[in-house]
Design a protein around this ligand. Structure first.
Ligand SMILES: [Zn+2]
Length: 348
């Protein structure tokens, strides 16, 4: 085939292609077009193959004409392919009707966990009095959890707390006092300190009022002039805030290894107003929290001069407060994830 014959063949094939591409209105027809005009059995491929018989002088021009024609057919194919895709998308958009009059899906809102509600209420109360919130890890060293708060390894109160041992010298913290020792350690003997530490703690207890996991909020104040009277005033305020301004507050001497003197605080029963009922075990009083002046050993162990500073600490069981406030009979209800129970609590 010479150049003129080639030119003629191309011209005829071009006409056919242009005619046929017009008729292509779906992807199947487009694929047929591709097979027929670009594929292995196409005229184009045949013409490329015939190049080997072409006169050496014409070869270059022959190849050029064919390549240019192949590009032409290719772009016919590519343009049609895009046209079909656009058409399909447009059809899809037109067929998808959005009914803006339909009511929106309503997603049910969850509720706050009762322990979260109590924690938030207490945190906001203490923040209002200038306390900062401190936190620490739940897996603690025995040193932070016991030794630094005046509970040496042979101390009988270690039995009292029956902790979960994770590894040698490592426990699940049995109280948030571990956070207190961390804060005191990092303060390097500086005061004042005025913190609360809310968080989960773990003990090997289990009955209707004890769970192996529960929430505690401890507080610590260290300064040159923090007094026992300040502590009593603060506790009276927080208990009346939680249980009502009319509550009587009573303090009894008690014992904790980390405080001296130590006290426990009771409130007059809000159910019977002190007359005696099953909630207050017929005593008229409900036991709420423990507190005391920070033991001089604790101050010394954590880098303070107990002749220059003093302080007080207190610990409140958040579960206990929530059980009393909401009238909950079993502490395990807090940890069973029963939505029928949980959805009864709303943020006020
Ligand atoms: Zn009572």
């Amino acid at each position: 085939m010479n150049l003129e014959q080639l030119s003629q063949a191309i011209e005829e094939e071009r006409k056919v292609c242009l005619e046929e591409i017009k008729e292509v209105d779906n992807i199947d027809k487009l694929n047929l077009f591709k097979g027929k005009h670009i594929g292995k059995k196409s005229l184009l491929t045949e013409l490329f193959a015939s190049m080997r018989n072409v006169d050496a002088n014409d070869k270059k021009e022959y190849g050029k004409m064919l390549t240019s024609f192949r590009e032409e057919v290719n772009s016919l194919f590519v343009n049609k392919e895009k046209e079909l895709a656009d058409k399909k998308l447009l059809e899809k958009i037109n067929n998808e009707k959005v009914d803006i009059t339909l009511p929106p899906y309503s997603l049910p809102l969850g509720s706050y966990h009762p322990l979260t509600l109590i924690t938030e209420e207490m945190v906001s109360f203490f923040k209002g009095l200038g306390f900062e919130v401190a936190s620490g890890p739940e897996v603690e060293t025995e040193r932070n959890n016991f030794e630094l708060v005046n509970i040496p390894s042979d101390h009988p109160s270690r039995d009292m707390q029956d902790s979960f041992v994770v590894d040698k010298g490592i426990v699940l913290r049995s109280h948030t006092s571990a956070v207190q020792s961390r804060v005191m350690q990092s303060a390097n003997g500086q005061s004042p300190i005025k913190i609360i530490c809310p968080g989960k703690v773990y003990r090997r207890d289990s009955d209707a009022t004890h769970s192996h996991q529960f929430e505690q909020m401890e507080g610590l104040v260290i300064s040159s002039d923090a007094t026992f009277a300040n502590l009593l005033e603060l506790l009276t305020k927080v208990l009346r805030h939680l249980f009502g301004e009319k509550r009587e507050v009573r303090f009894r001497p008690s014992y904790f290894p980390f405080t001296e003197p130590s006290i426990e605080a009771d409130i007059s029963c809000f159910e019977c107003n002190g007359k005696g009922c099953s909630l207050c075990k017929h005593t008229g009083w409900i036991e709420i929290l423990g507190a005391g002046m920070v033991h001089p050993n604790v101050l010394r162990l954590n880098g303070y001069d107990d002749n220059k500073v003093q302080g007080f600490a207190f610990g409140i069981g958040i579960d206990r407060v929530a059980m009393l406030k909401y009238g909950i009979d079993d502490i395990k209800r807090f940890y069973l994830d029963d939505v029928r129970f949980l959805r009864q609590f709303k943020k006020e």
